[in-house]
Design a protein around this ligand. Sequence first.
Ligand code: PMP
Length: 425
Amino acid sequence: MNKSTELFAESKKHIPGGVNSPVRAFLSVDGDPVFIDHADKAYLYDVDGKRYIDFVGSWGPAILGHNHPEVAQAVKQAVDRGLSFGAPTAIEEQMADYLCQNIPNLEMVRMVSSGTEATMSAIRLARGYTQRDKLIKFAGCYHGHSDSLLVNAGSGALTQGTPSSAGVTKGAAQDTLVANYNDLASVEALFVANPEQIACVIVEPVAGNMNCVPPVPGFLEGLRKLCDQYRAVLIFDEVMTGFRVAFQGSQKVYQVDADLITLGKIIGGGMPVGAFGGKKEIMAQIAPLGPVYQAGTLSGNPLSMTAGLTTLKLLNEEENYAKLEESTKYLVQGLKERAQKYNIPFFVTQVGAMFGFFFSQGPVTDLASASQANISQFKKFHQFMLEHGVYLAPSPFEASFMSLAHTKEDLDYVLDLAEQAFKLL
Ligand code: PMP
C-alpha cells in the first residue's frame, strides 16, 4: 500500500471524508486523493515521492509557482516578528494601498481570512447600504459557503449533486434569486418581478466553478446597466479572477465597472486571505464607520499580508501576463488539436491564466451547457494524467490554472501525454 492510501485511511477516522474541503476527496473522479508532501515551482511532490505537474495551484493562489524563494524568505522574516497581533500593522496599510492603486473602482478595502468571508460580508454590506434584502446570483457560480450564497452553487456543491446544502434554512435561501449565467433576460425578469427589493447582483466575471465559462460579449455590460437602472449594487466576485485574468482583474479585461469587488487566493500568496472593497460611499457603511458589522480575529494577518504583497509585487510586470497568456494558449490549443485528431468532442476556454476544457462539442456558456460534457471521459482522462504525473482539478466543474513556473517542456510533456489519453478514450 502506498503512503497516500495509508494516510487517507487514517485521515478518515477523525476528519469527515478524510479531507478538510470536499473536492479534495476525488469523489468525482472515482479515485483517492494523493497526499502532498511539498511543492516547488510547477510541481507537487506526494508523500510517496512522485512528482506531478500541477494545474490546480492550490486552487488559484500559486500563480508564481509554488514556494517562490522571495515569498518564502519574506514570510520567514515576518515569522520572526510574531505571528499575529490583533492590532493594526504597517503592512495592512501597504496592502490596502497597493490593492486600491491597482484595482479599478477600489477606493477602500477590508481584509478578511477567506473568500467566503469576503463575499458574505460584501452581501451584507450591499444589503445594509441599499436597505433591501434580496440578491441575484447565477446558477453554477460559487461564492463560498455562507448560507445565502449556497443556493444553486458551483464547485464542490455542484460536483456532489447537492446544489443547495442541507442546513441552509428556507429563510436564508428565500432572498437568493437565481439567474442563468450569460442570460441577461433571466436577470431582467428577476428585477421586474422584485421591484425595489434587490440589493445586489453577485457574479463571477469569468465563471470558474462550473469549469471555466467566460462571459459572452455584452453580459457584464448588461449587468452594469440593469444594476444602474434598478439601483442595485454590482458585485464582481474576483476571488478567483483577481490578478489571474489580468493584473487589474476582470474590470480591466471587460471594461466594466463594479461597485464592490471581492478578492482572495492570489492576494494571500498561499496564506489564508480574502478582501472586499469598492466605492468609498458604500464602504463607509462598514463598522466602525457605519452600521454594517464585520470583524475578524486574524483579519489582515501579518504573514498573509507579507506573502500576498510580496506575490503581487513580483507579479506586477507586463511580460508576466503576456507569458501566462501565451503558455495557457499553447496548452489549450494543443489539447484541442490533439483531441480533434482522435475525433473526441472537446471544447476549450481561456481568459488570461485561467482555462477550462470540456469533453463536449460546446459552446459552453452556462451551467446547462457545462453539464452536458461527458463525465466518464473526463474521469478516464483525469485518472490517466494523474497516473502519469499531471495533477488536474479532480472535477469536471473546476477551472484550471497556469503559473509562471510552468516551462515549455512541462507543457509539451502534458500535450504528449494527453495525446496518449485521447487515443485510449
Ligand atoms: N468566490 C469564488 C469565485 C471562489 O472561487 C471561491 C473559492 N474557490 C470562493 C469565493 C470562496 O473562497 P474560500 O474558499 O477562500 O472561502
